[in-house]
Design a protein around this ligand. Structure first.
Ligand code: FES
Length: 210
């Protein structure tokens, strides 16, 4: 059976560019869920003066389309300023690949989201935000909507895995409707910590269980 993939997509799946990790990355982001498998991690190295992306790498646990689109997205981002890289969209990746099956658009969205989140995290961590809005529980809940509960296949807010969110004196306390020894509890805590800790005024993230 012929695969609905372009020649370019198959080439990049077999020999992707920019695969790996940047150990001393200036910012990173994870999109998707490690527990489900559809996940991409992206690492950025940024010139502090020019705000240009000097290096960008990714690790994908997704499918062929995800690997190929992450390869394209990282190639497009390299050498661009953060502002320029913000306008990269999944449509750019799709165009470069010569098309993507409809069922695989989310794979490209995942790769682009990882780039955008890593840029946003960089801005939070390096004082580049245009408006420094103090973090509220609502802001945290918005970020938590990107953390998937692998037991339910939807985000932790929709899955009602999050019981309570409190922000006080730079400490974000997130209480989960989970026992500490339940399956995926530790894994979710780690993902939540990674997702919330880049916020500019959050010094500590505490995940509690009920
Ligand atoms: Fe889910 Fe491609 S990353 S099918």
């Amino acid at each position: 059976m012929a695969l609905p993939y372009s020649k370019r997509l198959i080439e990049l799946f077999l020999s992707p560019k920019n695969v790996g990790e940047i150990p001393d990355a200036d910012a990173k982001a994870t999109e998707g869920s490690p527990a489900c498998g559809d996940m991409v991690q992206l690492f950025l190295k940024v010139d502090p003066e020019t705000k240009r992306i000097m290096d960008v790498k990714f690790k994908s646990y997704g499918c062929a389309s995800n690997i190929a689109t992450a390869s394209i997205v990282t190639e497009l981002a390299k050498g661009k300023t953060l502002e320029e890289a913000k306008s990269i969209s999944w449509k750019d990746a799709e165009r470069e690949l010569g098309g993507l099956p409809l069922t695989k658009i989310h794979c490209a969205v995942l790769a682009v989201d990882a780039l955008h989140t890593a840029i946003e995290n960089y801005e939070h961590q390096h004082g580049l935000l245009k408006e420094k809005t103090p973090t509220t529980p609502e802001i945290i809940i918005q970020r938590l909507k990107r953390v998937i509960d692998p037991r339910k296949g939807v985000d932790v807010v929709r899955a009602k895995t999050v019981k309570d969110v409190v922000v006080e004196n730079g400490v974000a306390t997130i209480t989960l409707n989970l026992k500490q020894d339940e399956e995926f509890a530790q894994h979710l805590a780690q993902e939540i910590e990674e997702r919330i800790s880049p916020l500019w005024d959050i010094e500590k993230v505490e995940v509690k269980y009920s």
